[in-house]
Design a protein around this ligand. Sequence first.
Ligand SMILES: C[S@@+](CC[C@H](N)C(=O)[O-])C[C@H]1O[C@@H](n2cnc3c(N)ncnc32)[C@H](O)[C@@H]1O
Length: 278
Amino acid sequence: MKTTPVTVSTPQFAFLREFLKRRSGVVLDENKLYLVVARLLPVMRQRGIASLDALLDRIRTASDPAIERDILNAMMTHETSFFRDKAPFETLKQLIPTLVQSRGPMRQLVLWSAASSTGQEAYSMAILFNEHFRDLLATWKIRIIATDISDVVLTRAREGVYSELEIVRGLSPLLLKKYFTPFQGKWRISQDCRRLVEFRQLNLNDFWPTIPPCDIIFLRNVLLYFSVTTRKAILDAMRKKVRPDGALFLGSAETMLGVNDGYERLSGTHCSCYRVKR
Ligand SMILES: C[S@@+](CC[C@H](N)C(=O)[O-])C[C@H]1O[C@@H](n2cnc3c(N)ncnc32)[C@H](O)[C@@H]1O
């Protein structure tokens, strides 16, 4: 089916912005009009929908949850990679021995990758444990909870299969050899890593009663898509989830400054790593 060239009117853009914000908290910048065409055209083609109005009508009439899901997924940025930015993982490695000392009686650590996208962040944590804390894995419960609003990325994350391009972004040949096996022209994460990670769908802009107290939270490269009010609310809620001696990591371009004063930055970490203020 042919789709006519797509242009986006101001009311269409406003409608889409409101939908995205209401459903996910994501705020589409005024100057991101071009994104709408680039991202929604594939959805229209795949579904055989001829115009943007017809696509948006499916939201208006709430007649097709699958299309709403596809639009939400298409409008979001899922950019990620293994060991993204390196410093947060180096810091995590340094924090674990102290956490292990204080969690002795429980013999459990809980880590949360709170906007996990296709899983590389959570699997990087799992690789880190296999690489540097293998003894711990034998006797402790290491839970890595990985959540995202998009079930599309979560399906990919659960499969744990990555293209060559995704692999070379962040993984050394040595780690590739140790923790991946060839699978249909791609690479599949090893069971040693896969078994540590639980993937779940979760909207950060909602309540999260199922998330237990966490020792480590990676809330990286997602807050920047929200309004300051939403960021503050999520960080307030995170204060109740991260243990007092645990740590919360933001993306390298993200900060608490001017957003939430309930945290203090951990010095000497070379990354946006925070602890709850006492
Ligand atoms: C840019 S990726 C970040 C991935 C990873 N944390 C990293 O730093 O590489 C942002 C992810 O946030 C997810 N996301 C956006 N809004 C969300 C929300 N309200 N709740 C949960 N996840 C959300 C998107 O689906 C996307 O996969």
